[in-house]
Design a protein around this ligand. Structure first.
Ligand SMILES: Cc1cc2nc3c(=O)[nH]c(=O)nc-3n(C[C@H](O)[C@H](O)[C@H](O)COP(=O)(O)O)c2cc1C
Length: 389
């Protein structure tokens, strides 16, 4: 109760001084990447790339706006590493060398503001979009219930080809001057599908025990380290659990985290849920109070008690004070947000200036609609408000 009263009391009384002394604005390092605050823009598919996945001037403007708005580390949308791994329309691609130049301009614009930027690399696997790729989606196993059309089960040799495609994608990211890469192993896409017994029914060395299910991800990490060198930051985004019947459990997730730590991952972003987890999807609705914020914080606490690799926490964080407590009370080392930055790209700057009111994002997920339609993301509520004057 005391916490609740004090949070109301402080609602409008922030000062620049208060923000300045906050741990949230400390300078830290992830591997050799120096960050001027602890705020991260979580990977967000904008639906603004060209048809072939090339970076566009409009996408660069959006990303540069986040850097100008004070985000310490920007993680791009998930970029597909092979044409058969595309999930959505106008998704960013990193599967050809001629895509590097456009991305280099993106990183240049971000660096002008002192922010850092990591490329999220992905393959959609089971959820690759047949209409966009023209190919039958490739998956760990044939499983019923998540899609009508059959999937193609990956052979060990094909898995190795995808590991190599991750490596090539990471090499391109480094050539485009990204400060790091993030392996997307969350939300039910390919690497997450291998981790998850709900999708992975294999009986070979890539299925069964948690060590076997993690093998593909660990092979990707190993090849990326060899390609990128010891100093280059490699991050991963992973589910704390899938919230699916028979999916990845909290305990399995912690075991995978421990394996990643042992194999030299530089930071882990903890998320949860998949695109077929219903109300418990990664982007939950109705985050209307501080109590509902940071919906993976319990998992984060256990993670921090067991592991020492830096933890980036995402999922429903909306208030400066919640963010601050998460860091002060050792739930997380970094605060990651997606939807709040769609409405307020300068949210971090606002907080830094002493205006500590919570993010205005309503967590209603209307922002997905313009991404899907090909318009490109924006906050629908904000736009309607402006149109109505
Ligand atoms: C429009 C939209 C696109 C997203 N695209 C990605 C993505 O490309 N990669 C990813 O890992 N997560 C993606 N997410 C999930 C977010 O990164 C984040 O994990 C989730 O929205 C919870 O954070 P939030 O409450 O701050 O929005 C997306 C979310 C939204 C709303």
């Amino acid at each position: 109760m005391a916490y609740f009263i004090s949070s109301i009391f402080f609602k409008f009384t922030g000062t620049r001084k208060e923000a300045e002394v906050s741990k949230l604005f400390e300078t830290t390092k992830i591997n050799e990447m120096q960050l001027f605050n602890r705020f991260v823009r979580s990977a967000t598919w904008e639906g603004m790339a060209a048809e072939d996945g090339a970076c566009t001037p409009r996408l660069i403007e959006l990303i540069a706006g986040l850097a100008e708005g004070g985000v310490g580390l920007i993680i791009t949308s998930h970029a597909y590493i092979r044409p058969d791994g595309q999930a959505g329309p106008r998704q960013l691609g990193i599967y050809r060398d001629d895509l590097i130049d456009g991305l280099r301009e993106m990183t240049r614009r971000v660096h002008k503001h002192g922010s850092k930027i990591a490329l999220q690399i992905t393959h959609a696997g089971f959820f690759a979009n047949f209409k966009l790729t023209g190919q039958r989606p490739k998956a760990p196993s044939q499983v019923d219930g998540f899609a009508r059309s059959p999937r193609e089960e990956l052979t060990p040799a094909e898995i190795q080809n995808i590991v190599e495609a991750f490596s090539q994608a990471a090499r391109r990211a480094k050539e485009a001057n990204f400060d790091g890469v993030q392996i997307h192993a969350a939300h039910g896409y390919l690497l997450s599908q291998f981790l998850s017994p709900a999708f992975n029914k294999r009986t070979d060395r890539y299925g069964g025990t948690v060590e076997n299910r993690a093998r593909f991800l660990l092979e990707v990490l190993q090849v990326l380290r060899a390609t990128l060198g010891q100093d280059f930051p490699i991050l991963v985004k992973i589910n704390s659990q899938d919230f699916l019947g028979g999916g990845l459990t909290a305990e399995d997730s912690l075991q995978v985290d421990a394996m990643l730590q042992e194999k030299g991952i530089d930071a882990i972003e903890l998320s949860g849920g998949t695109i077929v987890s219903g109300d418990l999807s990664p982007s939950r609705r109705g985050i209307t109070s501080e109590q509902k914020e940071a919906y993976f914080k319990k998992a984060a606490k256990v993670f921090k008690e067991r592991l020492h690799v830096p933890l980036i926490l995402v999922g429903g964080i909306r208030s400066f004070r919640v963010a601050e407590r998460l860091v002060d009370e050792k739930y997380a080392d970094y605060i990651s947000m997606s939807r709040p930055f769609i409405r307020e790209p300068a949210l971090v700057g606002r907080w830094a200036s002493g205006d500590l009111r919570r993010a205005t994002c309503l967590s209603d997920n209307q922002c997905f609609t313009p991404a899907r339609s090909g318009e490109g993301i924006y906050c629908v509520v904000e736009k309607k408000g402006k149109e109505q004057g």
